[in-house]
Design a protein around this ligand. Structure first.
Ligand SMILES: [Fe+2]
Length: 458
């Protein structure tokens, strides 16, 4: 709106403006301005001066209304007993078994009952993969088990190799085939829990979400310049409403042997202080959703609780600390956020997944979605066997976001957006050893209205 016109109308209502309120109102359309006048006369009938707070609050409330926390991991402490482990794995099995049955309508038998069948008969079973190995004849086999027993499944059909390779230890799949002479199964098909095709739903929200991850503040390799330009850019974007930070905001201390030689700031409090110097530049009208990664000062076993409150003083008040993993809703869009530590094992164990690149990062995330589990291979990184396996992907999200691997990737699988923001850390000696070509300074931005994703580079 015209600046003189704003002042004239305000004065005609007996209102003065503070300079920062004036700055905001200058960007208003006529409708927004009239709406503001109505709100001021309703809420502040005696006001003589219009301040920034009086101009902003509705928008802040609106943002809060749009954001809902749909799932938080309980991350309860565990003792690590055999009973806990059994309960955890049984919970995983029965829930993913339920997902397979409800999606496919398969009629599956218990493994113990299959043992009583005759060679050549057709059968479908659902099992958790205990082991995969080569047979003496050089073929491929996997041993799967349910509560009733275990059965070897032999891969006979080369056309299934790609599907077979995607099956990792401790994942739950359905196997269809015929009974062998020795009471095993010759595999005809492998059926994943998978996800149904998602329909495009009507979105109630407007605005954009920027996804960032693996900033590693405190590390010598933290790219301060790129992160500063991201902060500057984010502050300038009026339609950017949310920033989702998928873990490793700080580099932490004592995360791996010899880390101290790679730290510029060797105290985690100081690292958070530095983080706050960056984050406080972002307007309070934008929300920052923050989950921990493996560098945060919080328990390492997944699921991880939010970063402890003692560090909150270093985070701006517009930040929301959540668990790893978490599910949030923004204006009806369901977003699952997980740091992505299991991506290492996906790259390690699935043939053909290497090298780490924007397209293979998407493929790796897609594999976890297909297996309906965020970290299927037990024991590759610390996982706490709680009462319930909170890493099962029960509800299918609209957006699945992970970081950790330091290479960005953006894609889509059956209508689910897959986003990995990459990093703001340059190549470290460890990453070089892993042979990963990092992509520092990439930020995927999701437009809620169109659900299109663009990549900003800093
Ligand atoms: Fe990281």
């Amino acid at each position: 709106m015209d600046e003189r016109e704003i002042v004239r109308i305000m004065l005609s209502h007996g209102l003065n403006l503070t300079p920062d309120a004036f700055d905001i109102i200058k960007g208003f359309s006529e409708d927004q301005f009239n709406e503001l006048l109505r709100r001021i006369s309703e809420k502040f009938p005696d006001a003589a001066v219009v301040t920034r707070e009086m101009v902003e609050p509705e928008e802040v409330e609106e943002l809060e209304e749009m954001l809902s926390v749909e799932f938080q991991a309980s991350a309860n402490p565990v003792d690590g007993t055999l009973e806990e482990f059994l309960r955890y794995m049984r919970d995983r099995f029965s829930r993913i078994q339920g997902l397979i049955l409800s999606r496919t309508g398969l009629k599956a038998m218990e493994i113990a009952a299959v043992k009583r069948m005759s060679p050549g008969e057709s059968v479908t079973v659902i099992g958790m993969v205990r082991e995969k190995k080569k047979t003496k004849q050089g073929g491929e086999m996997m041993l799967i088990e349910d509560i009733s027993g275990e059965i070897p499944c032999f891969l006979q059909n080369g056309a299934l190799k790609e599907r077979y390779d995607r099956v990792v230890r401790d994942s739950v799949v359905a196997v269809n085939g015929t009974i062998t002479k020795n009471g095993g199964i010759n595999v005809r098909n492998i059926i994943f829990p998978d996800v149904p095709q998602r329909d495009r739903k009507s979105i109630r929200a407007e605005g954009k979400i920027a996804f960032i991850s693996d900033i590693h503040i405190g590390s010598k390799y933290f790219n301060r310049k790129a992160f500063s330009s991201f902060i500057e850019w984010a502050s300038d974007q009026d339609d950017l409403k949310y920033i989702i930070l998928c873990g490793d905001l700080v580099d932490g201390v004592g995360v791996y042997p010899g880390q101290e030689t790679e730290l510029e700031v060797s105290n985690v409090w100081e690292q958070y202080k530095l983080a706050s110097e960056f984050l406080t530049h972002i307007s309070k009208r934008k929300k920052i959703v923050y989950i921990p990664g493996n560098h945060e000062p919080v328990r390492q076993s997944e699921p991880q609780p939010p970063v402890p409150d003692k560090y909150s003083m270093f985070l701006p008040e517009n930040s929301v600390k959540l668990s790893n993993p978490s599910i949030i809703g923004i204006g009806g869009v369901r977003i699952m956020i997980y740091h992505g530590r299991s991506l290492n094992s996906v790259f390690k164990y699935i043939p053909g997944m290497q090298p780490v690149s924007p397209s293979s990062v998407v493929k790796a995330m897609e594999t976890l979605l297909v297996l309906r589990h965020l970290a299927p291979i037990y024991g590759e990184h610390p996982i706490a066997p709680g009462d319930r396996d909170e890493l099962v992907i029960e509800e299918v999200p609209d957006v699945l976001c992970m970081g950790h691997i330091h290479v960005y990737g953006v894609g889509e699988y059956k209508g689910v957006k897959l986003i990995n923001p990459g990093t703001f850390q340059e190549e470290t000696p460890y990453i070089r050893k892993m042979g990963i070509e990092v992509t520092p300074g990439t930020v995927p931005v999701l437009d809620l209205k169109t659900m299109n994703i663009s990549i900003e580079r800093f």
